[in-house]
Structures are given as C-alpha cells and as structure tokens.
Write a protein that binds this ligand. Sequence first.
Ligand SMILES: Nc1ncnc2c1ncn2[C@@H]1O[C@H](COP(=O)(O)OP(=O)(O)O)[C@@H](O)[C@H]1O
Ligand SMILES: [Mg+2]
Length: 287
Amino acid sequence: MNNAFEIQKLCKNYKEFTLNNISFSLPMGHIMGFVGQNGAGKTTTIRLILNMINRDGGEIKIFGLDNVLDEQKIKQDIAVVFDDIYFVDSWKVRETERALKGFYSNWSSKLFNQYISDFHLPVHKKVKELSRGMKMKLMLAVAMSHEAKLLILDEPTSGLDPVARDELLEILGKYIADGQKSILFSTHITTDLERIADYITLIDDGNIFYSGTKDDLLESFRIVRGGPHDLTDSLKKKVIGLTTNIAGFAGLLPASEMKHLPPEIVMETPSIDEILVSISKGGSDHE
Ligand SMILES: Nc1ncnc2c1ncn2[C@@H]1O[C@H](COP(=O)(O)OP(=O)(O)O)[C@@H](O)[C@H]1O
Ligand SMILES: [Mg+2]
C-alpha cells in the first residue's frame, strides 16, 4: 500500500453544487495541499473522506480499506483539524486530554504532554481564553497524540498571524519526517503550500483541475504577457483566465502550448496563487 488514500470518481450533489466525479490520491509520507476558492468543494470532499456525509457515487479507500465499510478501523489512524475549535469552551487545556483520549486506542499521554510543552500551551487556561493560534496548536496536539497516519487539516491557517502560520508549517514538516504519515491540508492561502507541500490538488467549482506534484504543476503552466497585437484568435482560445487592457493581455497557458509563440510574448513561472486565480476566471478549453 503506497497511498494514504485514493479517491475514485467521487460525486456529491447538492441543490446548487456538484462535486463532479473527482479522483485523486495522496502518496504515503507526503503533504498534499488541497487548494481551491471558497465554495470549490474542499470541505465537502473532506467530509466525504471522513464519512460524515453520504456520497452519491464513487469510492474512497484509506490505507487500502473502504472508508465506509471499515470506518471504525480507519478512524483510529486518522486525525482531523477543522478551522473552528470543537472543544468545549470551559475545558482547561489539560482536561482536553482526559475528555478525548478514550476515543483512541493508541493515545499517548507522553506525546500529548510533549506537544503541550513544545507549543508553550498554558495548561491551566480554559479553551475560551486561548488565542486563535493557541487553539489551533491545541487541536493539533490532540490530533497528533495518537500518531495518526493521516492528518487532515481543513483551512488550518485561515485567521492565523504569519508567525503562528510559520510555526504550524514547521510542526507539520516534523510530523511527516518518519515517512509513515501523510497530511492533506486544505487552504486558499497558497503561499503556505509553496513551502511545505509535495503534492497539490487544485479544485475548481467541484472539478479537479490538477492533482500531482507541486514541481510538475509549476512546470506545466506559464504566465504569458504580450501587447494587444500578440493576442491572436487561436491564442485567445488557449489562455486560461485571460485579462486584457489597452496595454495588452496576460493569462495562464499550458506549457505544452508554448512552442509556437512569437518571441515578443513574455513567459514567467506562475505562483500557485496565479494558477488558482486564472483557473477560477476560466475561459479556455482546458479541462
Ligand atoms: N449541506 C449542504 N447543503 C447544500 N449545499 C451545501 C452543503 N454543504 C456545502 N454546500 C455547498 O457546496 C459548495 C462547496 O462547499 P464547501 O465544500 O464547503 O467549499 P470549500 O470548503 O471549498 O469552501 C458550496 O457552494 C456550498 O454552499
Ligand atoms: Mg471549507
């Protein structure tokens, strides 16, 4: 088994949203950034992985097991952090352990205490007295104290200041260092991913636009810019997220389309953010 999970042709239909036959997998021992605009379907996909909602089609395997049939077994090895704290406000930091450790057969108090100390969490404070960054660290301490093989984080950095975000990324990098653990990290703050993700899955309005290594993603596209006369009809059809003004045009082009471009056109390696913005604008035949 080389994948932490495998999603095949997953579908979910809401009244005004369809998760459309999505497939992707996360290789063991890696961090995958799950990137998309608000409303693209990230949380829906995560809820389906965790069997919190029913799917309308497709299949999900986690550690090679069916996520519905083998749910109880799988859950021992998964940990989740949502963007909002779900611990009781009046619990003290120390009490969160007592309340939660019973759910996991392989809970380690030693690890929990280690994380609490590493993260400088005030053990006698109540959950409601913690800052957002501290709450995130407490959720992570709980999530990591049973050595989950798959850590799923839904927008963990939204609302964190840059220092706390930086600390979080460092913690995650250490967590997967033994090669036995994997992390799915959903976010719309893509700068986090440039640093820590090995794999990127881009979701746009319920469709997977790309899933693969970060390096391949950045190699597969170029930002192109040119003057008004450089924008031929055929180029217009190929550019994703085209913007034009009097001075010229800009947009994203698959690297495979670069060959016959006139030399006046400037090409640059895109950031993940530029790719995300371009695909959400759409406007080409790509997909
Ligand atoms: N329970 C639900 N009933 C109807 N629509 C829903 C429900 N949950 C999510 N949606 C819709 O599905 C879309 C995707 O939502 P979500 O997965 O939360 O996106 P993301 O996490 O990427 O921001 C949104 O348009 C949202 O309104
Ligand atoms: Mg969400």
